[in-house]
Design a protein around this ligand. Structure first.
Ligand SMILES: Nc1nc2c(ncn2[C@@H]2O[C@H](COP(=O)(O)OP(=O)(O)OP(=O)(O)O)[C@@H](O)[C@H]2O)c(=O)[nH]1
Ligand SMILES: [Mg+2]
Length: 427
């Protein structure tokens, strides 16, 4: 089965908590704080495996979670970092973040990898909070949550040359003739149901990859027929071979066929229509209407495009065409498909959308704080410790929670609840 799109969820590991602990040694009274830091959560990393050809694996497994960092321990022991999770993807995988709609990576090169979700930092243990005036801090910091993201993976195969054309014009026949690929070939429309790739090497050391996609028909760009789903695979190609059946054996006019396909490419993506194109007149061995063929040749000349006349079945003209393509490719740059962004940029974007969220609701006279941001804060606070409470208050103030409470109409002395903890509001 050929699967070229998938939606998955990746969850990086949470950072381990820092812990509160005090040295307890024989003969040492009043040992200082020795609570260690938590470890970092594992990242989720996508890595290109050139042996993979589809996104099929992602059809069955949708959730990918890296290991959490371990909590800190006594004697200033750091918690272990969580193990990174490496997820293999085929070359040509485009990675989109669902929430922001941003393309974060375009993974093409073998073995290249990309962190798609960074593990949460570990929290600091109480020994890190020791100062000259605060010799025995009784609080530590909670680990940060690992990022969770929904991603769309989209496979855009990496081929240098794309074969496009009406169904049954001989695209697969040509691919089979010049490469080791064995696409299905038959005399009916839509024989090819999924893209096929093959390597062409007519000039030694100058091989290139050619892709054969299902035939296109009018309306393809809007989803008619099969072609639309596969057009994305030729988006990466540097050169398009537009195959036209010039035999008129099916009673169609090659000029008309050419125009229809051209239009579809343009509608799908203007860039495709601007891509360097070579027109290939196929089935020259069985031309039924020489007049139509002559008209076609004149027409292509007027379009100012290179035209090659071949027979994919007899092999006539094929070698000449492949040599021309090889040389043409040498002068065509490989351009990245999309501008991707760094994970840091994405995190900043998300941070703006939703930093560790704190929600406030009002129940009767009580104001209640909930959300991710609060959970971390509660762990990181020792409500019996004055210093810790001051940090807690400072954090809420910096995050604008006091302002928000006031906007909601809170009065001095009213109750604010966070989980089981309640305090009276005084500004
Ligand atoms: N006589 C002749 N027949 C050809 C030539 N090229 C292809 N054919 C025949 O045309 C029919 C269709 O060939 P395919 O290669 O399957 O065509 P396709 O463009 O891949 O078709 P779809 O996959 O359906 O889009 C087959 O019967 C081929 O044998 C040619 O140059 N000359
Ligand atoms: Mg085919």
């Amino acid at each position: 089965m050929f699967v070229d799109q998938a939606k998955i969820t990746v969850k990086a590991g949470d950072g381990g908590n820092g812990i509160v602990s005090f040295r307890r040694e024989k003969y040492v009274p009043d040992g200082g704080p020795d609570g260690g830091n938590g470890g970092r959560g594992g990242h989720v990393i996508l890595k290109v495996d050139s042996g993979m050809r589809t996104l099929m694996d992602f059809r069955y497994k949708k959730k990918y979670q890296a290991e959490n960092g371990k909590h800190g321990a006594k004697k200033n022991c750091y918690g272990k970092d969580g193990v990174n999770l490496i997820v293999k993807v085929p070359p040509g995988t485009l990675v989109k973040d669902v929430k922001t709609g941003v393309v974060i990576a375009d993974l093409t090169e073998d073995d290249s990898d990309f962190i798609v979700a960074r593990g949460g930092k570990g929290g600091r243990g109480n020994s890190e909070f020791k100062t000259s005036t605060r010799r025995a801090p009784t609080f530590a910091e909670a680990g940060f949550k690992g990022v969770e993201r929904e991603l769309i993976l989209e496979l855009k195969m990496i081929a240098d040359v794309g074969l496009v054309g009406y169904p049954n014009v001989g695209k697969s026949t040509l691919l089979a003739r010049v490469t080791k690929a064995k696409p299905k070939i038959a005399n009916y429309h839509f024989t090819t149901l999924k893209p096929n790739l093959g390597v062409v090497e007519v000039i030694k050391g100058q091989s290139f990859v050619m892709a054969d996609i299902p035939g296109l028909i009018a309306g393809a760009a809007q989803g008619v027929g099969l072609g639309h789903d596969f057009l994305r695979h030729i988006e990466r190609t540097r050169l398009i071979l537009h195959i036209v059946d010039v035999s008129s054996i099916e009673g169609r006019d090659p000029i008309e066929d050419y125009r229809v396909i051209r239009d579809e490419l343009k509608q799908y993506n203007q860039k495709l229509a601007e891509r360097p194109t070579v027109v290939v007149a196929n089935k020259a061995d069985i031309i039924a209407d020489a007049q139509l063929f002559d008209a076609f040749k004149d027409f292509i000349k007027s379009e100012d495009l290179p035209l090659f006349t071949i027979s994919a079945v007899t092999g006539e003209g094929v070698d000449r065409l492949m040599r021309f393509v090889t040389e043409k490719l040498a002068g065509l740059p490989i351009e990245p498909l999309v501008e991707s962004i760094t994970i840091e940029d994405l995190e900043m974007l998300e941070e703006k959308h939703n930093p560790y969220q704190i929600d406030i609701s009002k129940q009767g006279d009580v104001y209640e704080l909930t959300g991710e941001g609060v959970a971390r804060l509660v762990y990181s606070t020792n409500f019996d410790d004055y210093d810790s409470l001051r940090r807690f208050e400072g954090y809420l103030r910096r995050r604008g929670i006091f302002d928000r409470l006031r906007e909601m109409g809170i009065e001095e002395g009213q109750t604010v609840r966070i989980f089981d903890f309640e305090f009276e509001f005084y500004d």
